[in-house]
Design a protein around this ligand. Structure first.
Ligand code: HEC
Length: 147
């Protein structure tokens, strides 16, 4: 292989291993658009706002859960554009949900978010209860039904 071809191959490997999100951007978007309700470390507020740590990874293991995460009102209706929302969700899934995230997790893309974030869910509680039951049937009890 010529040196240039070696360099091109190395660049390809580096690109494929690059993280699927821009952490600095995600942190800033989180602070301005989500943190006010979900709290700085994503623990939420008991009885009012659900935690976003150690739960989203379980949700995205179900196709309907992956959809749920994009279309809850706080995410769906946020001022973030599709690429920014995908970026924040990928960051949340990698930082606060590293343990619950399935190995097969594929990062959200801007196109996917554009196609599926709307309409915002209107029956959040019912959809969530169904998902939690489904997770429990799969042996996952880590996501509480009531927060
Ligand atoms: C105004 C307060 C508020 C803001 C801002 C907000 N959320 Fe939420 N979020 C909630 C509440 C309350 C719920 C519970 C469901 C509901 O009532 O909509 C929730 C639920 C969620 C859920 C579902 C979690 C679960 O376990 O049910 C996700 C995912 C989520 N929000 C993501 C986000 C993201 C990402 C942002 C920022 C782009 C954000 N939220 C901004 C209040 C907020």
């Amino acid at each position: 292989m010529k040196p240039r071809a070696v360099l091109a191959a190395l660049a390809l490997v580096a690109a494929s291993q690059a993280q699927a999100y821009d952490a600095a951007r995600a942190r800033q978007d989180w602070v301005l658009n989500c943190m006010g309700c979900h709290t700085a470390d994503g623990s939420g507020i008991p009885g009012k706002v659900p935690p976003l740590r150690n739960s989203l990874g379980h949700f995205v293991s179900l196709p309907e859960g992956r959809q749920f995460v994009m279309s809850v009102p706080g995410a769906s209706n946020s001022a973030l554009n599709d690429a920014e929302l995908a970026n924040v969700l990928n960051w949340l899934l990698t930082t606060m949900n590293a343990d619950s995230r399935p190995a097969s997790f594929k990062p959200y893309t801007a196109d996917e978010v554009a196609a599926h974030r709307r309409p915002a869910l209107t029956d959040v509680a019912r959809t969530r209860t169904k998902l939690v039951k489904q997770l429990q049937e799969n042996g996952v009890n880590a996501v509480p039904e009531h927060y």
